[in-house]
Write a protein that binds this ligand. Sequence first.
Ligand code: GTP
Ligand code: MG
Length: 323
Amino acid sequence: MRFVDYVRIRVKAGKGGDGIIAFRREKFVPKGGPAGGNGGHGGSIIVQVDAQLHTLQDIRYHRIYKAKRGKHGEGSLKHGKNGEDIFIKVPAGTIVKDFESGDIIADLQLDGESIVAAYGGRGGRGNGEFVTPTHQAPREFEYGRDGQERELELELKVLADVGLVGFPNAGKSTLLSRVSRAKPKIADYPFTTLTPNLGIVKSGAYSSFVMADIPGLIEGAHEGKGLGTQFLKHVERCSVLLFLVDANDENPGESYRLLYNEVEKFSPGLLKRERLLAITKMDAYVGVPKVTTFEPIDLFTISSVSGEGLDNLIQTLATQISG
Ligand SMILES: Nc1nc2c(ncn2[C@@H]2O[C@H](COP(=O)(O)OP(=O)(O)OP(=O)(O)O)[C@@H](O)[C@H]2O)c(=O)[nH]1
Ligand SMILES: [Mg+2]
C-alpha cells in the first residue's frame, strides 16, 4: 500500500434552509396566527479519526466533499430537516490546516476525535418566530445562510514511539520485520524503503509500542540528497530514536556522527529525544566491533538474522518509553 501523507481537499458545508411565511387556517378560527416554520441547518463537514486507518489513501481519490442543504421550513410551524453532516475519516496523527491562511485547525490524535472543518449554514427563521405582542401577523422571514466553504490540507505525521534512523541498507526494515508483524520490503540495495512502515512491537504480555521504519538517510540528506530528510518529520513524535549502524561499516562511530549531523541539520529539537545506538548485522561480523562515538550513548549489538541482542534492546526501548 502506498503511504500517502499529504492531501488537499475542498469542503463545502450545506446551506441552511429558508424560513417561510405561512398562517394558520383553521375551521373555527377566522384569522389564524403566523405559522411559517424555520429552515433546517445545512450539513457540516467533520474530520474524524478512525484508528483503523493508517494512510490518507482513500481521500486522494475523493477530493471534494459537499454536505446537503437544510430543507425549507413548512407551514404549521414545522421546521425543515437539517442537512446530514459528512464525516471524513482520517488516521490518528492527521493535522488539518486551512490552505489559504496556513493555520492549523486541528491536530487529531485520538480515535474518534473530530473537528468541524466547515460549518453548515444556519436555517432561516420562519414568520412564526417574529411574533411579538404588538406584531401579531408578521410577514418577515429569513433565508438560510450559506455553508462554510474552504480548502484544507491534511497532513499525516506517523505516531510512533520509536523511530529508526540509519543509512540505507543498515537493516532498519529487517529489524522491524523481526520484532513486529510488519512486512516491509527488504533488499540488499539502498533506498528499498521509500515510505514509512509501522509495526507494533510486543514488549511483554500486556505491553507493546509502535516502531517506525523510515527511508534511509545519507550524508547531505538535509540538502535533499538521496530521499532527503522529508521523512524525518515522521519521527518527530517518537519519544526514542534508535540509530542503526552496520557493524561492517568502516567506522561505525563515524557513521553515527554523520547520521547525528543530518538529524541535527533537519531539526535540532529531534535530538532532545532519547537516543540509542544499535550496531546491526552482528551475525555477519567476526569479532567485536570497535565503536568510538563522539558522545556517550547506550550501545547495543544486534542481529536480526540470529536474533542476538534483540530481547535486551526491546526491553530497554520499552523502559525508555514508559519512563
Ligand atoms: N547478515 C545480516 N544481514 C542483514 C541483517 N539485517 C539486514 N540485513 C540485510 O541487509 C540488507 C538491507 O536490509 P534492509 O532491512 O532492507 O535495510 P534498510 O535499512 O531498511 O535499507 P533502506 O530501506 O534501503 O534504507 C538486506 O539484504 C538484509 O537482508 C542482519 O542482521 N544480518
Ligand atoms: Mg528499508
